[in-house]
Design a protein around this ligand. Sequence first.
Ligand code: ATP
Ligand code: MG
Length: 462
Amino acid sequence: MPTYGGDEVNALVIDIGSTWTRAGFAGEDLPKAYFPSHVGYIEKEVEVTEASDEPKQNGNTAADSDQDVEMAEETQQQQKEEAAGSGSFRKKKVRDYYVGDTESAAWRARMEVGGPMEHGLVEDWDMYEKIWEYAFKSRLHVKPEEHPVMVSEAAWNTSAHRAKLIEMAFEKFKCPAFYVCKTPVLAAFGTGRHTGLIVDVGGEMTSACAVFEGYCLTKTISKQAIGGELVSQQILEKLKQENNYDLTPLFDIKSKAPVDILQKPSVVRFNRENTTDSYLKDMRLRAVQEFKETVCEVLERPYVADLVANKPPKPFEFPDGFNMSAGSLRYALPEILFNPSQFMVSRPKSLGDASLVGVHEIALKSVLSSDVDLRPQLLGNVILAGGSTLFPGFVDRMSVMLQNATPGSRIKMFAPSTNTERKVTAWLGGSILASLGTFHQLWISRAEYEEHGAAIVDKKCQ
Ligand SMILES: Nc1ncnc2c1ncn2[C@@H]1O[C@H](COP(=O)(O)OP(=O)(O)OP(=O)(O)O)[C@@H](O)[C@H]1O
Ligand SMILES: [Mg+2]
């Protein structure tokens, strides 16, 4: 079997989360590419020949411009003519994709925005594939057929999803070797540990899982579809309810004038026609992110309204000029992560009627589903990963909550110290793992895939 570890061939590592994607070279300290997992797409009908079923060009990626879209249309016209010549063609829906920070945010009539993941699993494979393509070709400038690829997966990923993943790597991207590793294992390696309780609070999911000597203990997985995006969305909701304020994102602002504190923004809008709801929603969430990241904090102790009332407010101005001095809401909204039912402003339909718990309860549930002997070791190695653990105060608060729930135990928290590293912990773990000299025997080679088929992934990647 060819060796891919060490210095011989530079492996690629890709970690696609529900909100952010990280991709780069194994052995490096940070991913070269860090961009939103949400992509823009415009659906259209094209005519394809019965024989091929494929339009000659069925999608663009972020590097493409409007000019490329026009080119796609010209090609389709040509195809139509060819198909007409051969007698039979039929209609097929295809999408033009716009991937990456700038392309997915640029306004286009009828452009929808969405992500490939749902509850941590890939739901839209077409979109997922486009993110790989964009990461490798447009951002890392590599040919995936020349590099082994390591990809992260949720701890609760299914065999069927893994089979599709390995097929995509070998069939579509022609990778020479492949490996898929569970995010908590990668996050543990990313903080230099092999054993611990990994608590990951990301964009759409909160999860906890024990990792023991580099293996994920799947019976300890505990999760909930609540993350930082819900906090962002609830901030928007709160501003609407309390201040009758509806944020206008930058794409729709033609000009603005300064206004007094808490006054309705004075904005001239473009009123762009055919703006989709999904695009508008995404742009609003992006715009509120800065507020969330610079103004919001988590109380270091269990929430007490009087304590919060005495905290100094922080001024903030939104892109449309609306400005406020944020008081208690800057603590109350991130509190959703610890006490969702009490602090949510309005419960989104997507949450159904499931009972919701705090992130510390998710963590405790995971600890309690591990063997009794292992529990002290887990509580002594709580590893925090994911962008939503970056609220100031979060680490201390988690520690206090876990300590209160398990009196007498020794709680120790671990989290990368810089904000950048905390957002890429799992990627970093993949970078470390894939560059270890001893890792080469773990890669699934093309020869092994060809001999055993997709089932090899469950045998080799545990
Ligand atoms: N400094 C910060 N303070 C608070 N929240 C932050 C900060 N930086 C990023 N976030 C939030 O973290 C979330 C993204 O985290 P992360 O990149 O770990 O998620 P993901 O891996 O894409 O999602 P998931 O793990 O749920 O699939 C977003 O909701 C983002 O707004
Ligand atoms: Mg994640």
